[in-house]
Design a protein around this ligand. Structure first.
Ligand code: ATP
Length: 480
């Protein structure tokens, strides 16, 4: 049983130190969130799982970490300055400002590929305000979502020479480093470059907790292939691989859905995109409104490498990019040909993955006293804390000493904590609620037989284990 709605996770996350509303001491900052002690561990574990899976376990992917602020020209030639915008409308009744293409009635029913005039639909009263339901909306206008900043101490506010942007995607840092990585690592196509890091978008309507925020983290990978590769099939292959990866993180396949993005909704660089959707809104009665994008897999063609290169020319023979100093083409030794590699891009969000993982791991169980307990059934690899070491009696120095010594001995190989701030029932309940897979209890008997009780989070079953066998026992159980 996953969480019934996002609100359940918001309250658990705040209560137990996963995620806090940001800047609360100053009344908060709309849709900004801070990750607490457990949240940062969960995010790190998701990112590490992804990195291990792509960069370590495969032989064809390298990692990089590029700057968040890049030369402004990157965003000019990537097309983001001209086209990275969303349609915005205002409601004349309740004065809300909203992203138009997320509103009910914006798209004609049925075939999304059909051409339509959004303003005609808005004027005709077919589109509804998400806040008050009114159809009295303004025409749409486009709003660029890149955050602007100025570089340098002396820069005037509007000095175009100092204008820069916070990156709205991590992908461009990969494209402009394509040749650096390819030549230094002596890579042959096909190969990929992975990067994880913060991105920023001035979203018109952020919301739904960490699902849509203005600052977020992405895990992107650009997979470079020959121009004549079977691109569309490669998109399907990566979709399949990612679905399996998400399932490996504990997400139930029934809460994942594939969405082929209609041609008229494709980003400017994409020839085909398949989104993997997660059921973030199970409480909505209409099945089709339960889903939101978890990640997208796009076929970006050679668009980016070509547009950042100084060689390509237009029909009149003029350089398309007169400001680049490099040619990002690739020389294929085997065929003695030079070309711009094509790219398949799986782009996932760390925060949306964390939210999906939390929702899917949420469950409730009734104990023998009839009390309902929350159990967060996180995959052991993602659990912020792997084992909690608990003394049965905190006023017995020998028991406390033994428990603390066990915690210290485990710490170098796995994340363990010691806790004696309550009775054992309460301590177990607390660990269940934050997803700790195993609790280790030290009791009076332990002092004599050098053994402890290992309790399972999901079954509540207990097993007696020799202290000398404990590290190996825990490692084995955590890998199951
Ligand atoms: P949406 O349609 O939801 O705005 P998108 O299609 O613009 O998303 P992409 O550009 O494909 O998103 O970005 C790749 C991934 O980055 C998304 O699938 C999502 O996981 C994450 N992401 C994008 N925007 C945000 C955001 N504002 N907040 C949190 N995560 C985001």
């Amino acid at each position: 049983m996953p969480a019934p709605n996002i609100d359940t996770i918001v309250s658990l996350a705040k209560r137990r130190g996963f995620v806090f509303p940001s800047s609360e001491v100053y009344g908060g900052l709309g849709s900004a969130w801070d990750y607490g002690p457990l949240g940062v561990e969960l995010c790190n574990n998701v990112k590490q799982s992804w990195w291990r899976w792509l960069v370590y376990e495969r032989d064809d992917i390298e990692g990089i970490d590029s700057s968040i602020i890049l030369n402004r020209l990157v965003w000019k030639y990537s097309g983001h300055e001209a086209t990275f915008h969303d349609p915005l409308v205002d409601c004349r009744e309740c004065k809300s400002r909203m992203r138009a293409d997320k509103l009910e009635g914006y798209f004609p029913a049925g075939d999304h590929a059909v051409q339509f005039d959004a303003n005609e639909r808005l004027r005709g009263g077919l589109v509804k305000c998400a806040n008050c339901g009114s159809t009295n909306l303004t025409d749409e206008r486009y709003f660029n979502m890149m955050f602007r900043t100025t570089l340098g101490a002396a820069a005037a506010e509007e000095d175009p020479a100092a204008l820069a942007y916070l990156r709205p995607e991590t992908a461009q840092g990969i494209f402009i480093n394509f040749l650096n990585v390819q030549t230094t690592m002596r890579r042959k196509i096909p190969f990929g470059i992975a990067q994880v890091g913060k991105s920023f978008r001035n979203e018109i309507t952020p919301g739904n907790f960490i699902l849509r925020t203005r600052e977020f983290e992405q895990m992107e990978m650009e997979y470079f292939v020959k121009p004549d590769a079977e691109h569309l099939k490669l998109v399907d292959e990566w979709v399949e691989l990612y679905v399996e990866w998400f399932k490996g993180l504990g997400i139930d396949g029934r809460n994942l859905m594939l969405h082929e993005v209609p041609a008229d909704e494709l980003a400017h660089y994409s020839k085909r995109t398949v989104d993997i959707m997660y059921r973030y809104f199970p409480e909505r009665p209409e099945e089709e409104r339960q889903w939101e994008e978890l990640m997208g897999i796009a076929y970006r063609t050679d668009f980016d490498l070509r547009s950042h290169s100084n060689k390509p020319v237009d029909e009149e023979g003029n350089r398309i990019n007169a400001e680049s100093t490099e040619d990002l083409s690739y020389f294929d030794e085997s065929t003695k040909t030079r070309f711009y590699p094509h790219v398949i891009e799986p782009a996932a969000g760390v925060n949306r993955t964390v939210l999906a993982v939390l929702m899917d791991a949420y469950s409730e169980k009734t104990n023998d006293k009839g009390e309902t307990r929350v159990i967060l059934k996180l995959a052991p690899q993602l659990a912020p804390i792997k084992a909690a070491i608990l003394p049965l009696a905190k006023n017995k120095p020998e028991i406390v000493g033994m428990a603390k010594a066990i915690k210290r001995s485990l710490q170098p190989t796995l994340r363990a904590v010691y806790d004696d701030t309550g009775g054992i029932g309460k301590l177990y309940a607390r660990q269940d609620e934050i997803g700790t897979p195993l609790c280790v209890t030290v009791d009076h008997q332990s002092l004599e037989d050098e053994a402890v009780t290992v309790r399972d989070r999901d079954t509540w079953e207990q097993e007696r284990v020799k202290v000398s066998d404990l590290p190996e026992h825990l490692q084995r159980r955590l890998q199951q």
